[in-house]
Design a protein around this ligand. Structure first.
Ligand code: MN
Length: 140
């Protein structure tokens, strides 16, 4: 089973996602850490399918953690979705510049988030399943 690593210093935000993984049948195990420091350590151990990265944290924040993950050969290719509060102007651009692949705004819409996660995990899992865009394997 895939593992998803959640990096979030705020417990109530973390619990929204934890509940989603527990009750909405998302086919992955969620591991939560509360700091950028722990994210760096745990990411290389776990090699998660995806990292959900809060940007605002004390110490090593989400942008810095992303930069470090991108510099490390072991973690460089792990998809990272930044999570930050709505209306934090410039965060999306900064997140993408740091190397995040996608961007989620808080408050998290559980239904949309669950759909997005399911789609991501399905595409990663089922290579033979046709993708939504209808892209075909090379050499047809
Ligand atoms: Mn935070």
């Amino acid at each position: 089973m895939n593992t998803v690593l959640l990096v979030e210093d705020n417990e109530s935000n973390a619990s929204i996602l934890q509940d989603m993984f527990e009750f909405d049948g998302i086919p992955a195990k969620l591991v939560t850490v509360q700091s950028g420091e722990d994210a760096l350590r745990v990411a290389s151990q776990l090699n998660p399918a995806l990292i959900l990265m809060d940007l605002r944290m004390p110490g090593i924040d989400g942008l810095e953690a992303t930069l470090f993950l991108r510099m490390n050969a072991q973690t460089r290719d792990i998809p990272i979705w930044a999570i930050t509060a709505y209306a934090m102007e410039g965060d999306e651009e900064r997140a993408r510049e740091a190397g995040c692949d996608d961007y989620i705004t808080k408050p998290i819409n559980s239904k949309k988030m669950a759909e997005k996660l399911n789609k991501f995990l399905e595409q990663r899992e089922g290579r033979d399943a046709p993708t939504e865009t209808g892209s075909r394997p090379e050499g047809r």
